[in-house]
Design a protein around this ligand. Structure first.
Ligand code: ZN
Ligand code: ZN
Length: 251
């Protein structure tokens, strides 16, 4: 599978770059993980937004859904006479604990909201997807993608404060994508992980590669990375996410 970073700032877009959005691809299937600001135009550098098969949302904070409405409009307003597009209805996966947002996932003839719960295992394209409720001011979920053909695992924390269960949830992941909104020294925050916590969880979970995302706009990102590497005890590669970075997980 292949993961492309579309946006990786936490909270708000900054300096011509957007917020959380990733394109996950395998076996010709295109899955958008979160749909933050600028997701649609960044996506156009890689695939047409018409080619997204489904979207999965970790939670409904603005920095994770800002471009969802315009993605729906992009597909809804696309000329119906275009014979190159089949007008496929977009599936948008989200939790149902906020009815207002969940209801907006469905848009007549464009998209349909599909629900998940923490206890679910959903087959989405080539992946089995499982869920873990995280520490956050609103209902939010970490996502684990197991590629059925290869057994390769990607885990995304979504937004979360420190949570022991993430160590089990991310166990042996080939790639661990973590909310890293704070520098070391701000541990046990109610909404986000620090660099140190991201590294500690990566170490406990024995993951192969740690990708830091949901990055802070202020401070030295190389320092953030260094703190995560120290906590991970240099057991695997640590990478700062960057728009258009392509990360491949092959067997
Ligand atoms: Zn966020
Ligand atoms: Zn959030």
């Amino acid at each position: 599978m292949k993961l492309t970073v579309l946006g990786c700032w936490g909270g708000y877009p900054y300096k011509d770059q957007g917020t959380t959005a990733f394109l996950l691809q395998a076996n010709g299937y295109n899955l958008l993980i979160d749909c933050g600001s600028r997701a649609v135009t960044e996506l156009e550098h890689h695939i047409s937004p018409l080619c997204v098969d489904s979207v999965i949302l970790s939670h409904y904070h603005n920095d994770h859904i800002a471009d969802l409405g315009v993605l729906q409009q992009y597909r809804g307003l696309w000329p119906k006479e275009d014979s190159n597009w089949d007008g496929q209805i977009l599936k948008i996966w989200g939790h149902t604990e906020d009815k207002f947002y969940f209801d907006h996932l469905t848009f007549a003839d464009v998209s349909v909201g599909k629900s998940y719960e923490e206890s679910d295992l959903k087959r989405i394209g080539p992946w089995d997807v499982t869920f873990l409720r995280t520490i956050h001011p609103v209902p939010a979920f970490a996502l684990r993608f197991l590629e059925r053909d290869t057994g390769k695992i990607l885990v995304f924390t979504g937004d979360s404060g420190y949570l022991d269960k993430l160590c089990t949830f991310a166990k042996d992941a080939d790639m661990f994508l973590t909310d890293t909104y704070f520098f070391a020294g701000n541990e046990r925050h109610f909404a986000h992980l620090t660099s140190k916590e991201a590294g500690e969880i990566a170490l406990q979970a024995n993951v192969k590669k740690l990708i830091l995302t949901h990055l802070p706009q202020h401070g030295d990102l190389e320092q953030l990375k260094k703190e995560a590497e120290e906590a991970f005890q240099y057991k695997g590669e640590v990478v700062l996410a960057k728009p258009h970075m392509v990360l491949k997980i092959y067997s």
